[in-house]
Design a protein around this ligand. Structure first.
Ligand code: F0G
Length: 351
């Protein structure tokens, strides 16, 4: 049997003899080589890290397994988080697996259907507020101080520790760190975690190099790029609709120390990359995930040359979480009579 994340990377994680080695099958996600975009964009090598293959369909499971194991170790009866959806789905799953009460605070109308369904299915207590993610996080921070509940947002350092294991897996798969890592940025925990991971693995002698960290916010929620809090963030990529990222400083440090950049992509660029990924690579990521690929496409279009470079784009969550966006952005198939000739004509017409 595969070792679980907490066992496999225990030397790099806050695992003590008292930490329960819980798992629901997180991590060890595929790093797949591009079939089409590598050639079309003229990259030396292009890979996608498929974090949607985690048990709740996003990268959040890596950090959540550590945060929840530590909450169990500390005998905390309950966990709480604010979320744009994926953190709540992950917290709900790990909380359920460990018999904890789970409270999730989410912005009304701004969380994808699949994510809400997950939190419901895992039996979390969902607290919907008529405000955005930033406000939800603000409230949750106060509640976690007042009540006997552990905060499992990425301000909990155990979350970052767990999430950095994705960088380890990339180095293990490639034999070195890539030249560039493209990653979506919302609350900025993940870019902070990857950078920490690449640095720690280097200190341990696993890689000689570290990648340039290329973070992409959504244009309507680009607080770090604009260097100011966005009070009413807007984007089709609801997962990264965040105007005051908690790990702002971590993201800026990752960019500065690695010689990378934090830039933004428009909703149009995000949706175009989202469709290309699905239609040209067979990879169905959620809109926020496509921000990494949209960033690469944007830089290539502006003349940046990746021809001798190894590039990894992180696909942070599965597209199945947000079927509404797919339906709204694609053509609905016409309904046809159950007639052989008509079906045959349709097929011939489109081949
Ligand atoms: N991609 C997806 C699919 C996400 O769900 C998130 C964040 C990000 C990218 C950005 O990662 O916040 O570490 O910079 N989702 C959080 C949530 C905010 O509540 O699920 P980040």
């Amino acid at each position: 049997m595969e070792q679980c994340l907490l066992e496999k990377y225990r030397d790099f994680l806050p695992v003590t003899p008292q930490t329960p080695l819980i798992t629901i099958g997180e991590a060890n996600t595929p790093l797949v080589r591009s079939q089409t975009l590598e050639r079309e964009l003229g990259c030396g090598e292009l890979y996608f890290k498929l974090e949607g293959c985690n048990p709740t369909g996003s990268f959040k499971d890596r950090g959540m397994v550590v945060a929840v194991a530590k909450a169990v170790e500390a005998q905390t009866p309950a966990i709480i988080c604010a979320s744009t959806g994926n953190t709540s789905a992950s917290a709900a799953a790990y909380g359920a697996a460990c018999g904890l009460d789970v409270f999730v605070v989410v912005p009304k109308g701004n969380i994808a259907m699949g994510k809400l369904a997950q939190a419901l299915a895992y039996g979390a207590k969902i607290l919907t507020i008529d405000d955005n993610f930033d406000k939800a996080l603000e409230l949750v921070l106060i509640l976690a101080q007042k009540l006997p509940v552990a905060l499992v947002n990425s301000l909990n350092p155990h979350r970052i520790e767990g999430q950095k294991t994705a960088a380890f897996e990339i180095v293990d798969a490639l034999g070195s760190a890539p030249d560039y890592l493209f990653i979506p940025v919302g609350n900025a925990g993940n870019i902070t975690a990857y950078w920490k991971g690449f640095k720690h693995y280097k200190q341990a002698g696993k890689n000689d190099n570290t990648p340039k960290m290329m973070g992409f916010e959504a244009e309507g929620a680009a607080a770090i790029v604009r260097d100011k809090v966005i009070t009413d963030p807007k984007t089709v990529a609801s997962a990264i609709r965040i105007g005051n990222p908690a790990s702002w400083k971590g993201a800026v440090a990752a960019k500065d120390e690695s010689g990378g950049m934090i830039d933004c992509v428009s909703d149009e660029e995000i949706l175009s990359a989202y469709k290309l990924l699905a239609c040209k690579e067979g990879i169905f990521g959620e809109p926020a995930s496509a921000a990494s690929v949209a960033g690469l496409i944007k830089l290539r279009a502006s003349g940046q040359d990746f021809s001798a470079k190894k590039v990894v784009c992180v696909i942070t969550g599965t597209g199945l979480k947000d079927p509404d966006t797919t339906i709204q952005t694609t053509k609905t198939p016409a309904e046809l009579p159950a007639d052989l000739d008509i079906l045959e004509k349709e097929i011939l017409k489109s081949s």
